[in-house]
Ligand binder design. Structure first.
Ligand code: M6R
Length: 607
């Protein structure tokens, strides 16, 4: 899961490529590189590590050219390092290629190419594509790519330029990972993600799987399966480039945490009629009859989106009375899930490109389910494969740790649950919508207490382990709190349903272990208080999160964080925000790379 960009036009190509790559660094940052065509030659500069190292290397080296490609890498084949960094050339120096994805039959192809005399200088599968294309290159780059693609197995997107082309041209292929073309006046672009293009153009073309595109400065042309010339629709993006900037915050994550009141509101705006008490979607594309026929729902997701799915199960079962199963995308495809007629599979994904989620959705579809996608990225893979889409309107999420996408997913799931409730003829109570309207303000209130969370982080930033406990609809929030802490601060943290503590994790408790306990609402409050007592009785440190008077918990907790009270079904949206902030301030105090934590990437487009 790497980031790829390309440009042809009159502008200075190197600064443009670097600027675009900066917006894709969330996709990987093990190494970076650019290639430009300059005076008929291909010139490549690469550097190990983050983009700044490449930018420093490029300074003063006078690399200029008429068009080029750039890449930021998340290593799959071959260790991170310059040798395996992209762009990669073929063994005869005729072309340069950037790639995102995995070529599954690369060893077989490498053996074949070696036998034909091709040499390899890296450990990557990318170099196999470069040599393969070169082996077919006979004056026509597009034709060579088309032949090479017929030999490739796997999921990949790549772009290639040749030192032998008479005119400026880039040939790009999409078969799995995303690839989008940006259209300009006398210039054209390509990138893994539209956020890399927003500063330059808003008119984009999303390539479909199997598409091969040929770009020149004045024209883009696309062939489906490399055979049939097709006109893919031009989509005008309404994302404001400023939305994608840090907006004065030190980190994208902190900005995105602060975006949440707006993102929540944007996600329910236009879908809720507060006067008539109803919910509707413009892009659901499933008829009332189809919705009424839904007998069971499969929620499929990974990571933070999977935590949203767990909350979704509570919401849909309680509000609409439809049974819900929740699966990890990575597990669903490897079991034999029972899918019956009338089942609806809902893929939940910020990026819409997570390979495991996409595959799970394919599995559900192949077994007869209708598909729905809850997604933040317009035109992404999950949205295009689905019968209907509910977009979360969180805006671009750049921080690797998901925050506003998560709370927006919870809102989308709440709306879906209410919509299903309507369709199955259950009564729509006014308070179900009124609580929604109060939510942005409640989250905003949490954000006025930053010093609180920073102070808490100061006290516990040196802890080695954390336990997060929650019950009922807040059990997934305990999981999400623990995930946020571990992914950005690198502190080991476990989330657990509080009632399960006595079946094992209780053995961990001693005076060094902080336990974050979510004790909001009425249904399980007393049970949670009991769990806190159990921790205190074993000398553990209790950090309680509550919507009650803190006095009610001072006898069982060392620290009490108060949050605004909303309805029990929406309380998870408020509860997760202090946990995001605590993780953020802890990571800042520990000096980690908050927006691009080690070993992670924003979209995981490999299995
Ligand atoms: O784009 P997706 O929502 O499909 O991504 C799923 C996970 O990779 C993602 O939520 C991941 O767990 C985040 N790093 C969590 O902060």
């Amino acid at each position: 899961m790497c980031g790829i960009v390309g440009y042809l036009g009159d502008r200075e190509v190197v600064p443009l490529l670097i600027d675009s790559l900066r917006r894709l660094e969330y996709r990987g940052y093990d190494s970076a590189g650019v290639v430009v065509r300059s005076n008929g030659e291909l010139k490549t500069i690469k550097a190990e590590g983050k983009l700044d190292r490449l930018a420093a290397k490029l300074e003063g080296c006078g690399l200029v050219g008429s068009y080029g490609l750039g890449h930021t890498r998340w290593a799959t084949h071959g260790v991170p390092g310059e040798r395996n960094a992209h762009p990669l050339s073929d063994g005869r120096g005729r072309l340069a290629l950037i790639h995102n994805g995995i070529i599954e039959n690369f060893l077989e192809l490498k053996t074949r190419l070696r036998a034909d005399g091709w040499e390899f200088a890296s450990d990557t599968d990318t170099e196999v594509i470069a040599n393969l294309v070169s082996s077919y290159l006979d004056g026509n780059l597009f034709e060579a790519v088309r032949k090479a693609v017929a030999d490739l197995e796997g999921m990949y997107a790549f772009a290639v330029i040749s030192g032998e082309s008479d005119e400026a041209e880039i040939v790009a292929v999409r078969n799995g990972p995303p690839l989008v073309l940006g259209l300009g006046e006398g210039e054209n672009f390509l990138a893994s993600d539209p956020s890399a293009l927003l500063a330059h153009t808003r008119d984009v073309v999303f390539l479909e799987n199997g598409d091969i595109a040929r770009l020149s400065p004045k024209k883009v042309a696309v062939w489906s399966q490399g055979e049939t010339r097709v006109e893919r629709p031009v989509v005008r993006l309404n994302w404001d480039p400023i939305q994608a900037e840090k907006g004065g915050f030190k980190h994208f994550m902190l900005k995105e945490i602060h975006d949440q009141p707006q993102a929540i509101q944007d996600t329910f705006a236009g879908r809720v009629d507060f006067e008539s008490g109803s919910v509707g979607f413009d892009t659901l594309e499933l008829s009332s009859t189809e919705i009424q026929a839904v007998r069971r729902i499969h929620l499929l997701a990974c990571g933070t989106s999977w935590h949203a799915a767990l909350v979704g199960k509570f919401l849909i079962e309680e509000l609409a009375g439809i049974p819900v199963e929740v699966d990890y995308g990575s597990e669903y495809r490897y079991r034999r899930p029972l899918v019956a007629e009338g089942d609806l599979a809902v893929g939940i994904s910020q990026s819409g490109e997570t390979a495991d989620t996409v595959s799970a959705m394919e599995t559900a579809r192949d077994r007869g389910a209708r598909l729905l996608s809850i997604c933040n990225v317009v035109g992404s893979q999950t949205t295009r494969m689905s019968d209907g889409v509910i977009y979360t309107h969180a805006g671009p999420e750049i921080g690797v740790a998901s925050t506003k996408a998560f709370t927006s997913q919870l809102i989308a799931l709440y709306l879906l649950a209410l919509y299903l409730r309507q369709q199955v003829g259950r009564e729509m109570k006014a308070e179900l919508l009124d609580d929604l309207a109060r939510l942005p303000a409640a989250v905003g209130e949490v954000l006025t207490r930053l010093d609180h969370y920073d102070e808490l982080a100061r006290r516990y930033a040196e802890a080695q382990d954390f336990l997060y406990l929650g019950r009922g609809i807040n059990y997934p929030i305990a999981l999400e709190g623990a995930l946020k802490l571990k992914e950005i601060s690198y502190i080991h943290a476990e989330g657990y349903p509080a009632g399960e503590m006595k079946h094992g994790p209780i053995a961990l408790i001693d005076r060094h272990l902080p336990v974050v306990a979510i004790a909001t609402g009425r249904r399980v409050f007393e049970k949670m208080r009991g769990n806190m007592q159990e921790v205190r009785a074993r000398d553990g440190i209790v950090i309680a999160l509550t919507d009650r008077d803190p006095e009610e918990l001072t006898s069982v907790a060392d620290e009490v964080l108060q949050v605004p009270r909303v309805s029990e079904l929406l309380q998870p949206v408020v509860n997760v925000v202090p946990l995001q902030l605590f993780a953020y301030f802890t990571a800042v105090r520990r000096g980690t790379d908050v927006d691009q934590p080690r070993n992670l990437a924003k979209s995981v487009t490999v299995e």
